[in-house]
Design a protein around this ligand. Structure first.
Ligand code: 5GP
Ligand code: MN
Length: 343
């Protein structure tokens, strides 16, 4: 992956001129990549003397709570002391990591970032089609994770040897989770070279894997079984699958945020499956998650039918109608997509 030297030069100008107040921001429902990239970048900036506040719009899932430094992140939704608003007001630099548009932050945080600051805004991200609303943009849809991008930026600025074990651990989490534990089509030789550097810092890779993937609750295991067994429907001769979960069903299995993470991937373990979807009911909308194999472009599908986006093989959006209508809309969309030869 080629990081533009021009961008690195611009970034150097921003981060190598005395201590600054910095905000590092990531997306709603933060995942391993959002948290990993934020924590690693914050630490790299602190090592250069900057004062850094990491902000996420809402809580992260419980299986990421072990990550070093996560307790210092400000959770905007729970932030009674308004530390986030103060940090944004005082910020001279704002980094937006692992999301591509201010719209992806829910209001009122999105408005705060859009209006309440004169700070320079820097994007470091790997989602498709970013709007031009940043002063410096590291936009790399070809990158398998934002954590990998952060590694490349740190390497370009301060050398691979500057990466600490603490940074390596959280970057590894982001790289691992955004590639389905190194199984997606976004892998490159250069990623493995970065991983070799992280590994050489002495991080405990099996333990990181266990912390993330073998730390769920019993409720989650049972909910997973229920979802696959009772709620998975297949279409088009078993090549498309969808599942849905209502709030009532989730309550039945003592649902905690993050418990349904990864469910949408499971139908793709079926050999002929090309696309999978899950619809998860929230108070104000239904969250739609989409995954696909090969050339099936769920980024296009999400933007066309669910006002969303993401990556070619992993995307999402929202639906504001009932579950039954959402499913009917999905099934019609699948037919239309297939008629156009896109499935
Ligand atoms: P997930 O299914 O894991 O929530 O999301 C998969 C991918 O789709 C992520 O990269 C995420 O950023 C993107 N995505 C999910 N929901 C939305 C949405 O509502 N709008 C856009 N633009 N992207 C989304
Ligand atoms: Mn990511």
């Amino acid at each position: 992956m080629n990081i533009s030297q021009e961008n690195i030069l611009a970034l150097r100008g921003l981060v190598e001129c005395g201590p600054r107040n910095v905000v590092v921001l990531s997306h709603t429902n933060p995942d391993g990549d959002a948290i990993g990239s934020s924590l690693a970048w914050a630490e790299a900036l602190r090592a250069k003397g900057h004062s850094v506040t990491c902000i996420v719009p809402n809580r992260f899932p419980y299986y990421l709570e072990w990550m070093t430094g996560v307790e210092e992140m400000v959770i905007f939704k729970d932030d009674k002391q308004q530390r986030a608003a103060k940090a944004v007001r005082e910020a001279e630099l704002i980094f937006c990591l692992d999301f591509h548009s201010l719209q992806r932050l829910d209001a009122p945080l999105s408005e705060l970032i859009a209006t309440n600051t004169t700070a320079k805004r820097v994007l470091i991200d790997h989602h498709l089609n970013p709007p031009q609303e940043f002063d410096v943009m590291f936009s790399h849809p070809e990158a398998s994770s934002t954590s990998y991008l952060i590694y490349k930026v740190v390497e370009a600025l301060w050398g691979a040897e500057s990466v600490t074990a603490r940074q390596a651990e959280v970057l590894y989490v982001g790289m691992m989770t955004d590639t389905g534990n190194f199984s997606f089509s976004t892998l490159t030789p250069d990623l493995y070279q970065s991983l070799a550097v992280l590994c050489a810092t002495g991080i405990n890779i099996p333990q990181i894997y266990n912390n993330v993937y073998n730390s769920f609750t019993e409720g989650r295991a049972r909910l997973f079984g229920y979802t696959i067994n009772r709620k998975m429907r297949t279409l088009r001769k078993g090549t498309v699958a969808h599942m849905s979960l209502t709030e009532e069903e989730m309550r039945r299995f003592w649902f905690q945020q993050g418990d349904s993470e990864g469910f949408v991937n499971y139908p793709l373990t079926i050999k002929k499956m090309r696309m999978s979807a899950i619809f998860i009911e929230h108070k104000e909308f239904i969250r739609v998650s989409l995954r696909s194999r090969g050339e099936v472009d769920v980024n296009l599908f999400a933007s066309r039918y669910f006002n969303g986006g993401g990556h070619k093989n992993a995307a999402g959006g929202k639906s504001f109608v009932s579950m039954a209508e959402t499913i009917a809309h999905f099934e019609r969309a699948v037919d239309e997509f297939a008629k156009e030869g896109l499935l």
